[in-house]
Design a protein around this ligand. Structure first.
Ligand code: CAA
Length: 240
């Protein structure tokens, strides 16, 4: 029987590419999403991958959502914590609400998803947790004090939990994408985006599939000795 993989934010952007790549690699995939019903429906119509709606910022919703996926598809072996949002603002303009929304989704969200799943992974003595952090959690980014703090926190979470999971054959790793051609990056003002691309040695934005392929590797049995690590995929923009 194929392993079940759950991808948060899995119907759009990098998450959609991850969901498709895992399906192509033979997993039964569940794609979580928070709000965009239309995009989720189009994604299911295109790929045949089931979508499930809840917010990763809500612990109880995560626990219920995981239970629903497991009831329908079987025990989850692979969790990809991909869901993320931006609320960019220079710090002097950043509101407590902008801070809170980003921390709740991008940092607390990975706790909310991983914690209810953890006992099952320990019992089954197998698990793959893959956290999608960001180059901006490594280097910081102007107008992203909230996002950079959350994404750096994701890396600390990854390294701590890797130590706890190891004895039960659960690996916990992170990927730090650089600037990838998704709606999130396209929302950055064009002039700013051009100046960002000028800082990327390969001279282009990344493709979502270039992150998805790294996820497929980390999820595989071949990656059993890789844990607590961070894969940077940023076109040479920053060497952590
Ligand atoms: N470094 C230094 N200065 C910068 C800067 C930078 N990277 N970006 C903007 N500034 C400066 C501007 O030049 C401007 O300076 P002046 O006032 O002297 O003209 C000032 O900061 C901006 O002031 P504004 O009052 O115009 O700012 P604003 O309230 O309109 O906010 C912004 C604009 C939100 C900062 C906008 O420029 C922006 O979105 N920047 C991009 C931030 C970014 O890179 N976000 C990453 C999104 S993608 C992502 O997050 C995915 C991932 O993981 C990689």
């Amino acid at each position: 029987m194929s392993k079940v993989a759950l991808v948060t934010g899995g119907s759009r952007g990098i998450g959609a590419a991850i969901s498709k790549a895992l399906k192509d690699a033979g997993y039964t995939v569940a794609a979580n999403y928070a709000g965009n019903d239309e995009a989720a429906k189009a994604f299911t119509d295109e790929t045949g991958i089931k979508t499930y709606k809840w917010s990763v910022a809500d612990y109880d919703a995560c626990a219920a959502g995981i239970k629903q996926v497991e009831d329908e598809l079987g025990p989850i072996a692979v969790l990809v914590n991909n869901a993320g949002i931006t609320r960019d603002a220079p710090f002097h303009k950043m509101t407590p609400q902008q801070w809170k929304e980003v921390i709740d989704t991008n940092l607390t969200g990975i706790f909310n998803m991983t914690h209810p799943l953890w006992p099952g992974l320990r019992d089954r003595k197998f698990g793959r947790i893959i956290n999608i952090s960001s180059i901006n959690g490594q280097k910081g980014q102007f107008a992203q004090a909230n996002y950079s703090a959350a994404k750096a926190g994701d890396l600390g979470f990854t390294k701590a939990l890797a130590q706890e999971g190891a004895r039960n054959n659960i690996t916990v790793n992170a990927i730090c994408p650089g600037y990838i051609a998704t709606e999130m990056v396209m929302a950055v003002p064009e002039k700013v985006r051009e100046s960002i691309i000028a800082q990327i040695p390969v001279g282009r934005l990344g493709e979502p599939e270039e992150i998805a392929r790294a996820v497929v590797f980390l999820a595989s049995d071949d990656a059993g000795f890789v844990t607590g690590s961070t894969i940077s995929a940023n076109g040479g923009q920053y060497f952590a």
